[in-house]
Design a protein around this ligand. Structure first.
Ligand SMILES: [Zn+2]
Length: 404
């Protein structure tokens, strides 16, 4: 015999005991808290929810709950907006074999009216929900991770070969604030690899060209331009405003300056270097892993290494390395995966070999060691004499070993 709505609800009430919001709050603070299941629609959940609640809309309940809560003896408290949908959801959970299911009386409305704590996630616009939909599908990113990316501030040192792909992908991923430090203007010879810039922008400041490209790609991104040469005078002031520093300026004075400033400010540094057909990328954030000076305490003597302007660089190579840098920055922001701390990814594009080198921290390091001797920033260009992109020192330092 067909049942009426009233009969179904009465049946649900008999099967699923109701608990008050205060009881739920007490149980959440206990040693064995229940799983709190929010069965409202995603849009309702976004407006605010019980802290720690799991979102599982009523329409997906049967399909997804066994994956979300595999242990059927685990106590569950379901809630909706007013207490009706959660009773019906509770009835289904009982049918699926969950033994301890309750429904929160009065739902989220009653919880809120009691003045109990709520969590509100970032509200995404309709456009953002589509733009980042592929991120939302990844449990490691999701809406929480996307909110972290939008709140993150990443500084790219240089809008050149490495900075271009790095900033491009960081903007596409929705990193909310991108700082760009570069004092150069776009030159025709840059366009073979510096993909942020275009032919019609020759002569334009690179930071401006970068801003135009990045904001055309993603209007969510705020681009902060620093049309200045990074130096001991401005490094702290600029770095302090950012969470992660991506070094795309492949020359020794900047590499040492960025390293020292990041060590002193305790900021993670994502470093990249390119040389003809070879490139490498690593992350440093002592004391987790070494810094650059752990491996190379001092810059090479002036004139001992040629720059890219003298030695050349394959156009696509900085794309590879810059993308690894963007990837590492995103991992750091999300707190997902294993960053390249104490490891260096090395590409030899001609042989097609990618190696992972293990880098060791030097407890006596001049900047990140126990008794540092480098305690203020140094401008090496005064006696280093290197301006453009150049090779990383790769001639067998003590701290580098091959790791398969
Ligand atoms: Zn060090």
């Amino acid at each position: 015999m067909a049942k009426t709505y009233q009969q179904i609800m009465d049946e649900a009430r008999r099967l699923v005991p109701e608990v008050s919001p205060d009881e739920v709050q007490n149980r959440l603070g206990s040693a064995a808290p229940p799983v709190v299941l929010d069965v409202r629609e995603k849009e309702e959940f976004r407006q605010g929810y019980v802290p720690g609640a799991m979102s599982l809309p009523r329409g997906f309940l049967e399909m997804r709950v066994e994956e979300a809560v595999p242990d059927k003896s685990q106590p569950i408290v379901a809630y909706c907006a007013g207490g009706t949908r959660s009773l019906l959801a509770g009835r289904i959970l009982k049918e699926l074999g969950y033994s301890d299911v309750r429904s929160m009386r009065g739902g989220f409305t009653a919880w809120k009216n009691k003045g109990l704590p709520i969590t509100e996630d970032r509200q995404f616009t309709a456009e953002q929900q589509i733009r980042y939909s592929r991120h939302f599908l990844l449990p490691e990113v999701g809406e929480v991770g996307q909110a972290k990316l939008l709140d993150a501030k990443v500084l790219c040192i240089g809008a050149g070969g490495l900075g271009s792909p790095a900033a491009f992908y960081l903007a596409a991923a929705g990193v909310g604030t991108l700082g760009i430090v570069d004092m150069d203007v776009v030159d025709l010879s840059n366009l073979q690899r510096q993909i942020l810039h275009t032919n019609d922008r020759i002569g334009m400041p690179k930071t401006e060209s970068a801003r135009l490209t990045l904001q055309a790609l993603n209007p969510d991104v705020k681009v902060v331009e620093f049309r200045e040469r990074l130096s001991s005078e401005n490094a702290f002031r600029i770095f302090e405003q950012f969470d992660v520093i991506v070094n795309g300026c492949d020359n020794f004075p900047t590499r040492y300056l960025a390293n020292d400033a990041c060590v002193m400010l305790h900021k993670p540094l994502v470093d990249g270097a390119i040389w003809q057909f070879e490139g490498q990328a690593t992350v440093s954030n002592p004391p987790a892993g070494p810094c650059y000076r752990c491996l190379f305490p001092e810059p090479p003597p002036p004139g001992s290494t040629p720059s890219c302007a003298e030695a050349g660089v394959l156009g696509v190579l900085p794309g590879l390395v810059g993308c690894v840098q963007a990837l590492e920055a995103i991992k750091l922001i999300l707190g997902q995966g294993t960053p390249l701390l104490g490891r260096m990814m090395h590409f030899d594009t001609l042989s097609g070999e990618v190696r992972l080198l293990r880098l060791r921290r030097d407890p006596k390091c001049v900047v990140c060691g126990e008794h540092p001797t480098v305690t203020q920033l140094i401008d090496y260009e005064m006696f280093c004499g290197l301006g453009g992109e150049g090779p990383a020192q790769a001639s067998g330092p003590a701290g580098v070993s091959s790791a398969a």
